[in-house]
Design a protein. Structure first.
Length: 360
């Protein structure tokens, strides 16, 4: 009897301790479009909307805000959720910019709302605490890590949260010369991690450095030879703001979608390119979509591999607070708008969308 009472007490204690800990479960909530409203980049010369500084989930059938998962106004007045990726069935990773204290971090945010989050990574070397290292974009890498753009460089984080460097430098650091361009380390607006562990980054600087560059080295940028291919923006006054990658049916190939924005209204468009993952070539520039009454000052873009849909966010004040849905034709390399009205219309929670992802 004494042993039984002791065992019962241990069980009760263990249950009590577990109840006191913060529990972020992994229960799936269904497939939704997750968006961050942060400091969005909409191109040079355009004014971005004031963000709501929230992380929200949007119903894929109706385009309506299903739930507000995180309100960073309740955490820190300078926090800006910049980018979002899935980590498991119940949780997201959210990249957070802070332009006041520069205390940048990655949060683990529960998909089922209620402002439930914990700090996943807070590293002052990776997420540099200086004003010029603004974090903007975060994507999953093929080996389970993360690639983060921080204006002047791109950092890679391993699946065990370690910094992956090239020598003592960031994974992609100050690439110059050859296809890299003369100055491609001032505003890295977006990054893509390819299935074969090679990388593409978009750089938004004055011509001729408003370009998209292929890093043809799984180990990151080391010399200008690692920049195997690059494409310049379609016009000298337009700048790449967001990218999405669509794998093709043929192995080791795909399509790269790049949104370009400009203060010149006739220069806001989405281009599609052919990508050869093996050779590191970006070719076949095609204007996939142009209609400035539909897309203007695009700030984020994502591809849903399950449905084939492409989602594009408008972040500038001239055409803001809406998300458009498209289908992509791989033969013509063009986008077709779904319906005659925005997929998700004007909303407080779609102001200045800085990141999007579709996840279960």
């Amino acid at each position: 009897m004494k042993n039984f009472r002791s065992l019962t007490l241990l069980v009760i204690l263990s249950l009590g301790l577990g109840a006191c800990e913060q529990q972020i479960d992994s229960a799936s909530v269904g497939r939704r479009l997750y968006v961050t409203s942060g400091s969005c980049y909409v191109g040079s010369g355009l004014t971005a909307e004031t963000p709501s500084r929230t992380v929200s989930a949007i119903d894929l059938e109706t385009g309506v805000i299903d739930e507000v998962l995180m309100d960073y106004n309740t955490v820190n007045s300078a926090d800006r959720p910049q980018s979002v990726v899935q980590v498991d069935d119940g949780n997201l990773l959210v990249l957070v910019e802070n332009g006041t204290s520069y205390a940048r971090r990655i949060d683990l945010v529960k998909k089922k709302g209620d402002n439930q989050f914990s700090t996943y990574l807070s590293d002052s070397t990776i997420l540099t605490t200086t004003n010029v290292h603004v974090v903007r974009n975060m994507v999953r890498t093929a080996d389970g890590g993360l690639l983060i753009s921080k204006s002047v460089a791109s950092e890679k984080i391993s699946s065990s949260k370690g910094r992956v460097t090239v020598g003592a430098n960031a994974f992609i650091n100050a690439p110059t010369g050859g296809s890299c361009g003369t100055t491609n380390n001032t505003l890295v607006s977006a990054v893509v991690a390819l299935p074969n562990s090679k990388y593409i980054f978009a750089h938004a600087a004055a011509s001729p450095n408003n370009r998209v560059v292929f890093i043809n080295n799984v180990n990151g940028y080391s010399t200008n030879a690692d920049c195997s291919s690059a494409v310049s923006a379609p016009a000298t006054t337009t700048f790449p703001t967001a990218m999405a990658y669509i794998p093709a049916a043929t192995a080791n190939t795909g399509y790269l979608l790049v949104s370009y924005s400009s203060s010149t209204a006739a220069q806001d468009y989405i281009y599609a390119y052919d990508v050869n993952e093996t050779t590191g070539a970006i070719t076949g520039a095609t204007k996939a979509y142009e209609n400035t009454s539909v897309v203007r000052g695009m700030s984020a873009m994502t591809y849903d591999s399950s449905s084939g849909a492409v989602y594009v966010a408008n972040g500038a004040t001239v055409l803001a607070n809406s998300i458009e849905k498209f289908t992509f034709d791989t033969t013509t390399k063009t986008l077709t708008r779904s319906g005659s009205v925005p997929f998700s219309g004007t909303s407080l929670y779609t102001k200045c969308i800085s990141g999007m992802t579709v996840a279960d």
